[in-house]
Design a protein around this ligand. Structure first.
Ligand code: SAM
Length: 297
């Protein structure tokens, strides 16, 4: 957490997760919006598998943490049906504006959806106001994960359930390593992140995730490996896929900071490395390794 002199306790709260709030409201949030359809096509099956863990009652109230552009929120609402309700929370204004557009039309057969632009770590959720808390890759970014999950636990009813997915280690995910190794032939390696630093791989170690959840008050914690192919860019030529990957994918930052003279050569190396994983009309397919996490309040 960033330590600053603050005149009031509320100001201190606002300073939490400050760098993530900047990150998800900057280029990264805008790129997720620009590539929403591609990202959704890739991530949708993983989220649906994780959601299958829930048994929804007709009046269920569900919370989607780090809801992003709102696709899983919509799916929760459809699964629950008109008698329940769903709240999506996120810190990214651009992603939430897509979510609000996506769900603007009321549909009588699904639960009503609300969105809030708030930090799930500190937002004062109404106690015991949700039977289910879900997240698709939205809970690895907290500066203080135990505080965040305690806050989330507080929002669940006594018999409430939690289900989320997160990445296993970068090293077992070729979607990350294949383009990165190709780029590293020409570019310097970015600084190593400390193992549990907020970011996509903060929850790579299952023991660490277990300890966070048990210290936050959760019980019956289950963390199981989930393997799912990541399919990106179906229908696009490889050159276009590479162009998208250097904007939103695992090498985005490295390439953004590379000198002009290396921009095309790096793209060439990445395209070569991805060729074995590319099929005409099928995009690139690389194995993905995740954790599927469930727990009870
Ligand atoms: C990898 S994206 C996943 C988005 C969405 N769940 C999906 O699967 O498409 C991570 C999301 O978590 C959100 N996020 C990060 N830290 C957060 C926090 N402290 N509170 C709420 N949302 C947060 C980001 O803004 C971003 O939308």
């Amino acid at each position: 957490m960033l330590l600053v002199y603050c005149p009031s306790p509320n100001t201190v709260l606002l300073m939490q997760n400050k760098s993530q709030i900047e990150f998800w409201n900057g280029d990264t949030g805008r790129n997720w919006v620009a590539y929403d359809a591609l990202m959704e096509a890739m991530l949708q099956p993983i989220g649906e598998t994780v959601m299958d863990a829930f048994r929804f009652e007709p009046h269920a109230r569900a919370l989607d943490i780090g809801c992003g552009c709102g696709h899983p929120t919509l799916s929760l609402a459809t699964r629950i049906g008109a008698g329940g309700s769903v709240l999506g929370v996120d810190i990214s204004a651009p992603m939430l504006s897509v979510a609000r557009e996506l769900t603007a039309e009321k549909a009588p057969e699904r639960a009503p959806i609300n969105f809030l632009e708030v930090d799930a770590q500190v937002h004062p959720f109404q106690p015991e106001s949700f039977e289910h808390v879900f997240s698709r890759f939205g809970v690895m970014f907290f500066e203080e994960p135990v505080a965040a999950f305690r806050n989330i636990h507080h929002a669940l009813t006594a018999s409430g359930t939690l289900a989320f997915c997160c990445w296993q280690s970068r090293t077992v995910n070729p979607f990350m390593t294949v383009p990165a190794q190709a780029a590293l032939e020409l570019l310097p390696a970015p600084p190593e992140m400390p193992p549990h630093a907020p970011g996509p791989f903060a929850f790579a170690e299952s023991d660490y995730v277990h300890s966070i959840l048990s210290r936050s008050g959760f019980s019956d914690i289950s963390i199981t490996p989930l393997s799912h192919d990541l399919i990106f860019g179906a229908g696009l030529p490889l050159s276009e896929i590479v162009e998208h990957l250097v904007k939103i994918g695992p090498i985005a930052q490295m390439v953004r900071e590379a000198p002009d003279a290396l921009q095309q050569p790096v793209r060439g190396r990445v395209a070569n490395a991805l060729t074995p994983f590319f099929t005409e009309n099928g995009g690139i397919t690389l194995a993905g390794q995740f954790w599927q996490v469930t727990a009870n309040a």
